[in-house]
Design a protein. Structure first.
Ligand SMILES: O=C[C@H](O)[C@H](O)[C@H](O)COP(=O)(O)O
Length: 229
């Protein structure tokens, strides 16, 4: 299903484009397919959203550039952890949310690829990642908890750890707090409240950003075009 979604996104790619390359297992399919196309003569440049993606794209033979080497990203393609009916997303399960959001926000078109299991009626069952600065992270985490509770959400948060028990550190050197909000009724309100806390670098709420979401299903693809708001 992930591969099908990635293959459909490939139909949006044209020669000469600069592409934002997302992170995660679904984006990896897109990078692999892009590599195949490059080997068959397609000429594109990629802006990777993580070190993992950079390594994968390099191995696939995709030419990479630094974000500051371009002023235009024609199309960014990335996965998601949850997608609601409006095309709003939770991202950051792999910890790449900050770079992903920077690239998606700059791109002329931001297209999300996902398997159908990522569809939800309301965001929040997937713990919301919030990237925070390391300085005084305990104090920042306390304020994140307070912000959740103030919105009637459970203040159930956890600092993300790696499997070996060490704190998870993003490519940018920050920490990640995962918020088990369960049901986020007002994503924009929550996003604003979290971002107003000094120490919060970015949230995994990608709101009104996706131009379309391509879901890979058991027998094809479904495309969600977010309604105008
Ligand atoms: O930080 C990671 C990214 O936001 C991923 O795009 C997201 O977690 C979805 O990953 P996957 O395609 O592996 O489910």
């Amino acid at each position: 299903m992930k591969r099908r979604a990635a293959a459909e996104a490939m139909t949006l790619v044209a020669d000469g484009m600069t592409l934002g390359l997302g992170t995660g297992s679904t984006a990896a399919h897109f990078i692999d397919l892009l590599g195949e196309a490059v080997r068959n003569g397609l000429s594109v440049k990629g802006v990777p959203t993580s070190e993992d993606t950079s390594r994968r794209a390099e191995a696939a033979g995709v030419e990479l550039i630094e974000p500051d080497e371009t002023t235009v990203i024609d199309l960014a393609v990335d996965g998601a952890d949850e997608v609601d009916a409006r095309g709003d997303l939770i991202k950051g399960g792999g910890g790449a949310l900050l770079r992903e959001k920077i690239v998606a926000a700059v791109a002329k078109r931001f297209v999300v690829i996902a398997d159908a299991s990522k569809k939800v009626a309301e965001l929040g069952a997937f713990p919301l990642p919030v990237e925070i600065d390391r300085f005084a992270y305990g104090l920042t985490a306390r304020r994140i908890r307070e912000a959740l509770v103030a919105q009637g959400l459970p203040g159930d948060i956890a600092l993300r750890h790696r499997p070996d028990g060490a704190a998870f550190v993003t490519d940018g050197g920050n920490l990640v707090v995962d918020c088990r909000a369960r049901r986020i009724h007002e994503p924009a309100l929550l996003d604003g409240a979290l971002k107003s806390i000094p120490g919060v670098v970015e949230t995994g709420l990608f709101l009104r950003m996706a131009e379309r979401v391509i879901f890979g299903t058991a027998d094809g693809v479904e495309v969600l075009r977010p309604p105008a708001r």
